[in-house]
Design a protein around this ligand. Structure first.
Ligand SMILES: Cc1cc2nc3c(=O)[nH]c(=O)nc-3n(C[C@H](O)[C@H](O)[C@H](O)COP(=O)(O)OP(=O)(O)OC[C@H]3O[C@@H](n4cnc5c(N)ncnc54)[C@H](O)[C@@H]3O)c2cc1C
Length: 363
């Protein structure tokens, strides 16, 4: 049995005042130890999911001497990891996060300082990294358990299972999950670096160096599988090295409630830390893990910080939803896209953002 925890109601009044609670969704009270981590009783912690968020959190907590059990399930993809194009941007934030305990340069496979965004060329600060090697080194040879985790055996269970939310359970309302298909290709031609939107999803081509590329597309239901013509043409002229399929949560943390349930707390994509337009979640998963490591004994502060830091995802999701419904982009929608692209190191201007949004919405 888990030791009794000090259960502290979250500051619902604060959250409501900041409009951070979706109507009808319950903002969970959460288990929290004493505020000062040094005085706190050592918690028995398990992390479910050794992906980007789980392995980064594992390493952060290990560095400060916490004992943690790490669980995962066997992946049947070619690289042994959850499907991902391995892109990270901006490079500076990648270097800061990984540089806390590893040499970030070691994992860089390719840099792209330009990208074709819906056919418009713009400056980029994009790196493609060897994500399986990075995750392996963050875990650092520690044993990973593949048996079923019993939450009753731990004081705190971190749900880092990504889109599965295997321990937190389903999102209370308004989950937004797209279905994705990706190829790893080898080609003699330069396929470039591009990202394109369609009426119900997006496609991408990210170079991995040595003539290899991750190329894929994804759509929201009920349009799954639509708009893959460009991808099919690219794939047809190349050698397929492997293929994978997956889902991605584009909901935003605001629409991924609850973030905490009983002694279970979510981190990374399980609680929606993914850009709703670009499907970028690698660095946000690590940032979210960093927030949890700093607030392990104050989960209400963690929830507040997640909702505040990633509030732009709520606004971007609202813009995407409006566009998909065929509505014209508002000046606020354009602002939120420009801000996100700048945050990710792309030099998108408002005119380009307007073009992109108009195309995405098909208006
Ligand atoms: C096809 C595709 C391409 C993408 N490309 C990019 C990109 O180029 N750049 C970018 O920034 N983002 C990209 N993303 C998004 C990014 O991969 C994710 O947002 C990010 O990996 C989220 O990290 P996470 O650790 O929260 O979840 P994940 O990386 O999904 O990790 C979840 C972990 O939980 C494990 N797990 C699942 N179920 C269980 C269970 N029951 N028990 C224990 N463990 C379990 C999984 O095996 C996995 O190890 C892409 C996503 C997809 C699907």
């Amino acid at each position: 049995m888990a030791a009794p925890l000090i259960t502290k109601a979250v500051s619902v009044r604060w959250a409501r005042a900041h409009d951070y609670i979706p109507p009808g969704a319950k903002y969970q009270a959460c288990p929290a130890g004493p505020g000062d981590a040094k005085e706190a009783k050592r918690l028995r912690i398990a992390i479910a999911g050794a992906g980007m968020a789980g392995s980064y959190l594992y390493r952060l907590l290990k560095e400060v001497g916490e004992e943690i059990a790490l669980y995962d399930v066997v992946e049947r993809t070619g690289c042994g990891q959850r499907p991902c194009a391995w892109g990270v941007a901006p490079a500076g934030e990648y270097r800061r996060l990984v540089g806390r305990f590893l040499d970030p340069e070691r994992y860089i496979k390719q840099r792209s300082d330009q990208i074709l965004f819906d056919g418009v060329r713009m400056g980029a600060d994009l790196l493609m990294v060897d994500k399986p090697a990075l995750i392996r080194d963050m875990i650092g040879g520690a044993p990973v358990r593949y048996d079923r985790l019993d939450p009753g055996e731990y004081d705190l269970v971190v749900d880092a299972t990504g889109v599965e939310r295997a321990y937190l359970g389903p999102v209370a309302a308004d989950d937004m999950v797209a279905e994705l298909c990706q190829y790893r290709l080898a080609s003699d031609r330069d396929l470039g670096t591009w990202f394109q939107t369609s009426r119900s999803g997006y496609g991408w081509c990210f170079p991995l160096g040595n003539g290899e590329y991750h190329v894929g597309y994804g759509n929201l239901p009920p349009h799954v599988g639509e708009g893959s013509e460009t991808i099919d043409a690219t794939v047809a002229g190349s050698k397929i090295k492997c293929t994978c399929r997956s889902r991605i949560r584009l909901s935003s943390p605001y629409h991924s409630m609850p973030l905490v349930r009983g002694n279970i707390v979510g981190v990374g994509e399980s609680i929606g830390t993914v850009g709703p337009l670009g499907g970028d979640g690698n660095l946000y998963a690590m940032q979210c893990a960093e927030m949890l490591s700093e607030n392990l004994h104050g989960l209400e502060t963690y929830q507040e910080e997640v909702l505040r830091t990633f509030d732009w995802m709520r606004r971007e999701r609202a813009a995407v939803t409006r566009m998909l419904a065929g509505r014209r982009p508002t000046p606020g929608d354009i602002k939120v896209f420009v801000e996100h692209s700048r945050r990710a190191g792309f030099s998108m201007n408002p005119v380009q953002a307007l073009k992109l949004l108009t195309k995405a919405g098909g208006v």
